[in-house]
Design a protein around this ligand. Sequence first.
Ligand SMILES: NC(=O)c1ccc[n+]([C@@H]2O[C@H](COP(=O)([O-])OP(=O)(O)OC[C@H]3O[C@@H](n4cnc5c(N)ncnc54)[C@H](O)[C@@H]3O)[C@@H](O)[C@H]2O)c1
Length: 277
Amino acid sequence: MNAARPPDRPTARPQGTVRYDNTGRVVLVTGGAGGIGYAIATAFANSGATVVSADVKDPSTSEDLDGKIEFRHVDTSVESDCRSVVDHIVASHGAIDVLVNNAAIQPKESFQPIDTIEEEVWQRMIAINFGGYMRMAANVIPQMRRQGSGVVVNLASGQAHRTAREVGVYGPIKSANLMQARQWAVEYARDGIRVVSVSPGAIDTPMVRASLQEQGGEAALANRHPLGRIGRPEEIAAAVLWLSSGEATFVTGTDLEVDGGLGAFGAFADPYPLPGE
Ligand SMILES: NC(=O)c1ccc[n+]([C@@H]2O[C@H](COP(=O)([O-])OP(=O)(O)OC[C@H]3O[C@@H](n4cnc5c(N)ncnc54)[C@H](O)[C@@H]3O)[C@@H](O)[C@H]2O)c1
């Protein structure tokens, strides 16, 4: 996807950097074997955390992380899988400090108006994209309550806030992921648990690559973002690391859009010219 992506604007000015120390923390990332989840798992592992990825597939990369991420086979639509990965982490590491609910699907067959989408397709999306988040949180929160601390981050989407044609199931569930975070935040605030959501714009991952055609093609998708490009998984990981850190202790029950300005750009606005126009 790099060809049509404008580079970040070059600048001679210092940009400022942030470094995290997650030493001793125990982090569970669902869907951590690829895409945004892998970037989040890697960022936590590289900053010292013990990281477990819960995914239905094996990691998509052979990058050597010195075994810093433990990959467990988990289907988040299956209650016994969710329970056993949580039991395993608590038995092995004695705590869970951060849960990142990230595993979700957007199958090609789901790009349909709701009167034509197959029931099997949308039920599967509900089971993973909504039910998976809830199952994982319901299994992790009792441990966080015992600890008196913890952070849950739900990956929502720009589609939690605004919509398009033919995303009648994916979009509304993303909206529910945002409200799950808000409701859980309110429910468990006095237990020392913070819950937030992150809403990415289009990010260069297998999920987006698989639906490029449905989203109007790569150049058009990039151009809809005021920054003129699709985001990188590491840019979402950076937001998740901040939100789950000790630097964000007064942040709960809210959503952070990490979207290259997509959400600020009105449907009534003149489109930016495409590169070459
Ligand atoms: N990529 C984007 O542009 C974008 C934009 C907005 C929101 N999001 C959200 O970010 C999250 C990650 O998206 P992505 O683009 O990295 O997706 P992806 O398809 O690239 O990766 C998702 C991961 O989840 C895993 N997974 C799927 N079903 C699972 C199940 N039942 N149990 C456990 N793991 C399962 C997959 O194997 C995969 O490793 C999703 O919640 C998605 O909705 C993505």
